[in-house]
Every structure is written in C-alpha cells, then in structure tokens.
Design a protein around this ligand. Structure first.
Ligand code: ADP
Length: 625
C-alpha cells in the first residue's frame, strides 16, 4: 500500500472545504452523481467508436445507504479509473485552474470559496470523514482502492471489483450541533436531493427502498418488502420536441415545479443552437406572486448544465422588467461548478439572456395580437413592471418595451400606443393623456372636456408610474405625449387665443389681485382656454405635473418637489362675471372666493386641501346667506 500526500494546492483547498461552513453541503450528491454520469458517457462514446456492444441501457447509477454503518455508496458502471488516473484525478485539483483564479482575486476571500472552484469530487469531504473510491478501468483486470480521510493524504492499493466502473463509499460524519448529517443516510432525503439536483441525468439512479406491505392473506398485518426504485425522471420535458407535448403537460410541469395552483398564461419553449446552445422552458404566470412588488421577491430562472441543476434562481438571465417570468434554462456550454460570481461575467450566459429577452418580448407581442383577453390579464398583473422598466432605464428600453404597453382609454377598454396612433384624427398633433386615481375620477376631470369635444382619444393614467414612464419615452413614432392639464393643448385657433388674451388684459387687475392672494399656492390665476362647463381647474407648467407632485410627496425623499400650478377660471361660467363684479364692490369677497375656488380645484384633482374645516364652514356660510 502506498500512502501519499496531496499536492500542496489540493491540500489547501481540501482544508478550506472540510472546515467550510458552506451551507449547501447537500450538493456533494449532485457532484458525485454527475461524475458518475460523465464516466458512463465516456464509456458510451468509447463503445460507439470501438463497437464494444455496450449501450446506454446497460448503464445505471446505484445508491446504497447503510444507516447502521453510516455508509453511503454511489456506484456506476462507467469507464472507471486506472491506478494512475485515480492518482491524477483525485490527488490533484490543478485541472480546473481554480487556484489561479483564487490568487488573482485575493480580495474576494470571503466570497463563498467552494462556489468558485471546480471542486466536484472533493465536496464529498463536506459530509464524510472518510472517502473510499474503488475503481476498475474498462478493459483492465485489476481494480484499485483510493482512500482518504482528508488533508493528511490518501493511500492507494489493489482491490477486488467484479466489473468496470467506480464505487464511492462515504463514511458519513457524526451529527454536530450545526449539522444533521444523519439525514444524508435516509431514503427520504436522498430521494429529494436526487429529484432536486439530478432529476434529468440521462441514466437511471437506482436505490433499494423498503416499503411496508400488507401480508398476503391478512387484513392488517404488514411485512417489509424491498423495492428497487428509479429516483430520477431522466428525460427532461424541455428536451422533448414541442410536437410531443400537450398544453396540459406543459402546464402540469409548471404547477409541479413552481408551486403554483393557477395555470400559466403562456409557455415559451425554445431550443437554440449557434452562438449559444441551450433549451429553455419559460412561463408567464397568471397572477403576480404575493410578494412580487416587494423587496423580498427574487427573480431568476433555474439553470441546468446538461440536465444537472446548478442554480435555483439565476438572476442574470432575466432583466428586471421581465422578472415575472419563471422557468429554466439548460445549456451544455456552462460548467457544473460555475459560481454566482463567475456567472455574472460569463459571456455565454449573457448571450443566452439576450436571446431569452428577445423571445419573451416577441411571445408577449404575439399574445397581445392573438389573445387580447389573456394579454390584458397579463398586463393587469405585470404591466406595472414593464412601465418601471422604461422609467428606470431612463427610456433606454423604450424600443423594446413600448409596444407591450397598454392604457385605459376614453374610447373604452385598453388601447396600445400603436392602436392609439393608428386611429388618431388627421389634424390631431398629440397623444393626449389624463391622470387620476381611477378611471371614474379621470372621466370627471374638467381638463378632459375640450379634448373630448374635439373627438380625440385620451389615455387614462391610473398608475403612479404612468406619467414618469411617458416622460422618459417622449414620443411614439414622432407623436409627442401631451397632458390634458398642460398649459398649451395646441387646440385653439389664433382667434380664440386672441379673444381670451384680450379678456384677460382687460381684467388684469382682477387676475393680479387673485394671484397675489393665492401666492405660494399657485403661480398664477388665468382665464381658461379649455374649460367648457366647469368653473375651474388646476393645470401645471413645466416638467412636473400635479399628478407627479402627488406621487413624489408620498415618498419620504422628495417632499419638496412641487408642480407649478395654474388656477384656470372658465370665462363663460357665471362665477367669472360674479368675480368681476365683486372686484369693483368687495375685494375681500374676491379673495375669499379665490380661496374656495382653489380648494375646489384641488379636490377635483384628488388632492388634499390645506384646511378642510375652514373650507366647509365657508361653503355653509355662503349657503346660509
Ligand atoms: P471534475 O468532474 O470537475 O473534473 P472532480 O473533482 O469531480 O472534477 O473529478 C475529477 C476527475 O476524476 C474527473 O474529471 C474524472 O476524470 C475523475 N472521476 C471522478 N469521478 C469519477 C467516476 N465516478 N468515474 C470515473 N472517473 C471519475
């Protein structure tokens, strides 16, 4: 028997591994199973070129758990290892070049060490105090046994083994305060780990499991029976062709895998070869998860490397505006041991993410066209996220996202921007919008009167983010957006403008007086171009609308942002003549009425008035006069 020390760098890594407080100790099983599967692939390819007659169906992985002896054995009948291979493969770790990486990144010392290496086999030492590997290479007569208890080194000696393949025997550690190692010996845990990480390994993973069974000829006597179960389902649904699968199968898979009771709205199944080779199966859920719009929500897709799950939520695969998408990506181009940190810089992953983004967008667009009802459901659940995407990207994602947007419309129902523009009146210059807390509220806004009168459609903005989003977009195919509350609606003729201007100049003293009395509250009091039947309204000048002020003042950080408000008075409303008359006889009353009109305009906008008690008292006084 030969006893040898590990190479220096392997020793260092092993030490880190054994002492690591790595929380995912359970991945050791995934690593060993994936090695076994690789070894069988190697034999399979060898047998194809050498015509040995071995087929895939001859191969299997077997797991045995012996609770009493605390032994977990993982066996394969793959290509096996020669003595040299045992030494080279399990005695060194240099192959992955991972230590080089580590040295370059000394500053990231505390980043999870294991995640950064291609450590595969060594992860066994996270759960085992001793690891024994008995292997016989295909075509060799002698088998060898490699044993190690960790850092001290390993020994190799001849051993007996009936056939080619490898057997890994783990002597599982005793329970500690932090870790329950016992569970790695229970069939329940082993089954669930296989299902979680290795369900789509191409070879059967078998285990003998004891069941209770009714004793024949009795009604309540049970006896134990041992059944060999295959723990993995082997063929992943995403590897099957679309024509093989029904909607029911797609939906059932979604519900099982992502714990949702509701059928998804959409599934996207794609297989791509070329600059990146991958299969993806993505779903758009019907409803937003309860925590979707909160900080605790974690976006991401499951990531597989050739059928082996390597990450449960890979965030880098989805942009935030598509964070509602669930599903998985399987690629041969990714290494099994790639870490979160390394993934972020992975070129392959970036290519995959780009191409997923494209197909999500185009499938949603298709849904919008072909199944409007479903699309509206989608939009009600996740439209807000799309709008945030435009806002947060400062408009950079406009081209990607604007065609997915929909708004409630004064013409009824939802309208897309494309539809809006296609049905604009010939002389109509702008895309008009009005903001408020609900459709009913917006419909009552005085500011919408003139635009509606012209027969123009108005987009109804009921989400806080709407106006912010539209500001980032600026225009749709050259048509600019215009709030019905903005200064100049571009609707009046020169003659109409002239007329209003003259009336305002003739009564300049009245407007100056009212403006002064309301100073600090409004920037100016003016005669209105837009009001038809309502007495007053508030509009705004500049970038910040009244609606945006409401949103910003609800946030703790931007309390001081105020819209530049204009109080507009309807020239053809009796109240205007009343004000003119009072200005000659009772200026105090003008000031008081000005105050009331201002409060009324605020209320119409859905804003709080400064002194509600004073306001209602004044109204009552007037009523009692
Ligand atoms: P990786 O799998 O990333 O190369 P590991 O440390 O898991 O790294 O394994 C090192 C090497 O040991 C493998 O590349 C393989 O050549 C060999 N090996 C491990 N497990 C087996 C096995 N069950 N059968 C044959 N060879 C194996």
């Amino acid at each position: 028997m030969e006893t040898k020390e590990f190479k220096a760098e392997s020793k260092r890594l092993l030490e880190m591994m054994i002492n690591s407080i790595y929380t995912h100790k359970e991945i050791f099983l995934r690593e060993l199973i994936s090695n076994a599967s690789d070894a069988m692939d190697k034999l399979y390819f060898k047998s194809m070129s050498e015509n040995t007659g071995i087929t895939r169906s001859d191969m299997a992985i077997t797991i045995e758990a012996d609770k009493d002896a605390r032994k977990l054995t993982i066996s394969d009948n793959g290509i096996g290892m020669t003595k040299d291979e045992l030494e080279n493969n399990l005695g060194t770790i240099a192959k992955s070049g991972s230590l080089a990486f580590k040295n370059e990144n000394e500053s990231t010392e505390d980043v999870n060490i294991i995640g950064q290496f291609g450590v595969g086999f060594y992860s066994a030492f996270m759960v085992a105090k001793r690891v024994t590997v008995i292997s016989r290479a295909y075509g060799e007569d002698t088998a060898y046994m490699w044993t190690s208890e960790g850092v001290e080194g390993y020994s190799i000696e001849e051993a007996a083994k009936d056939s080619h393949g490898t057997q890994i025997i783990l002597e599982i550690k005793d329970n500690s305060e932090e870790e329950n190692y016992d569970e790695f010996l229970t069939p329940y845990k082993i089954k669930s780990l296989v299902r979680k990480y290795s369900d789509y390994i191409r070879y059967p993973i078998k285990m003998d499991v004891e069941h209770e069974k009714l004793k024949e000829g009795t009604e309540n006597e049970y006896e134990k029976e041992t059944v060999t179960e295959t723990l993995n389902s082997m063929t992943p649904i995403w590897k099957k062709s679309k024509t093989e699968l029904t909607d029911e199968e797609y939906n059932q898979f979604y519900k099982d895998k992502f714990y949702d009771y509701d059928e998804p709205l959409l599934h996207i199944h794609s297989k791509t070869e070329g600059s990146a080779t991958y299969s993806a199966l993505l779903y758009v859920p019907a409803k937003a998860p309860y925590d979707y719009y909160s900080k605790s929500f974690e976006k991401g897709l499951q990531l597989y490397s050739s059928g082996v799950m390597i990450m449960d939520k890979c965030a880098d695969l989805l942009p935030d505006y598509f964070s509602f998408v669930k599903g998985l990506v399987d690629s041969e181009d990714l290494s099994l041991n790639i870490s979160r940190e390394m993934l972020q810089h992975d070129r392959q992953l970036k290519i995959i993410a780009k191409s997923l983004e494209k197909s999500i967008k185009s499938e949603l667009k298709k849904l919008q066209k072909n199944d409007r009802e479903k699309y509206e459901k989608f939009f009600e659940a996740f439209g807000m996220q799309i709008k945030y995407g435009i806002y947060e990207g400062f408009g950079s994602k406009k081209e990607t996202l604007q065609d997915l947007l929909m708004f409630k419309s004064s013409f009824g129902g939802y309208v897309t921007l494309e539809e809006y523009v296609s049905r604009m009146k010939e002389e109509q210059k702008y895309i008009y919008f009005a903001s408020g807390s609900s459709v009913a509220r917006i419909e009552g806004l005085p500011q919408t009167e003139l635009v509606k009168d012209k027969g123009y459609e108005i987009l109804y903005f009921t989400d806080h983010v709407d106006e912010f989003c539209i500001q980032m977009m600026h225009d749709y195919e050259g048509k600019e957006y215009k709030s019905v509350s903005s200064e100049d609606l571009g609707l009046e003729t020169e003659a109409e403008k002239e007329e209003i201007k003259k009336e305002e100049e003739d009564n300049k003293d009245l407007f100056d007086f009212m403006t002064e009395k309301l100073s600090g509250k409004v920037k100016a009091v003016k005669l209105s171009h837009r009001l038809k039947s309502h007495p007053v309204c508030i509009t705004s000048e500049g970038m910040l609308s009244v609606e945006m002020e409401k949103v910003l003042s609800a946030m703790p950080t931007e309390q001081n942002a105020k819209a530049e408000k204009i109080l507009e008075i309807n020239a053809s409303h009796p109240i205007y003549n009343k004000l003119k008359a009072l200005y000659e006889s009772d200026k105090d009353k003008v000031a008081e009425y000005g105050d009331i009109l201002y409060s009324q305009a605020l209320l119409i906008e859905g804003m709080a008035i400064e002194n509600p008690v004073e306001f209602t008292n004044k109204i009552c006084e007037i009523m009692a006069e």
